[in-house]
Design a protein around this ligand. Structure first.
Ligand SMILES: [Zn+2]
Length: 141
C-alpha cells in the first residue's frame, strides 16, 4: 500500500512538472495580478483551451487538475481572480457539489428559520395588540 502510494505520488509530481512547463510555454504572467494568461488561440467559450497528451482541456482546469488536485470532470473550478484566461493554480478554486449542496441547505434552513421568526413576531404583535398595557401583569417590572 505504501509502495503504491509512493509510486503514484512520484508520477503525480512528474506529471505536475510537465503540466507546469506546458502552461509556462503557453501563458504570459500578468505582473500586476499574477495571473497566468493563456496566450494560445484555443478557446472554449471565454476559457483557454489546449490539448495535452491527446486530451482537450480547458487550460485552467488542466492547471487545477495537475497542479492543485485531481478533478472530477463535472466539478466546477472557480477563478478567484475573475480572469477566465488565467491558469495560475493559486487563483483557482474547486467548487464541489458537496459545498454547493451544503450551501443550498444552509440557505434553505436559514430561510425557514427567518420565516419561523417572522411568524413568531407576528404572533407577538397580535398578542401585544390584544393586551391592555394598563392591565396588571402586562409587564414584568
Ligand atoms: Zn488569475
Amino acid at each position: 500500500m505504501m509502495t503504491h502510494d509512493r509510486e503514484s505520488e512520484d508520477e503525480r509530481l512528474e506529471r505536475a512538472e510537465e503540466v507546469r512547463a506546458y502552461l509556462e510555454a503557453r501563458t504570459a504572467v500578468d505582473p500586476e495580478s499574477g495571473c497566468w494568461l493563456w496566450t494560445q488561440k484555443g478557446r472554449d467559450g471565454k476559457y483557454g483551451k489546449g490539448t495535452y497528451r491527446g486530451y482537450t482541456w480547458r487550460a485552467h482546469r488542466l492547471s487545477f487538475h495537475y497542479l492543485v488536485d485531481y478533478l472530477h470532470r463535472k466539478v466546477p473550478v472557480h477563478h478567484k481572480c475573475g480572469e477566465p484566461l488565467c491558469c495560475n493554480p493559486q487563483h483557482l478554486q474547486r467548487t464541489t457539489w458537496e459545498d454547493n449542496t451544503a450551501e443550498m441547505w444552509a440557505r434553505q434552513n436559514l430561510l425557514e428559520e427567518m420565516q419561523a421568526l417572522r411568524d413568531e413576531i407576528d404572533r407577538l404583535k397580535r398578542l401585544l395588540e390584544a393586551t391592555d398595557p394598563n392591565e396588571e401583569g402586562a409587564t414584568h417590572e
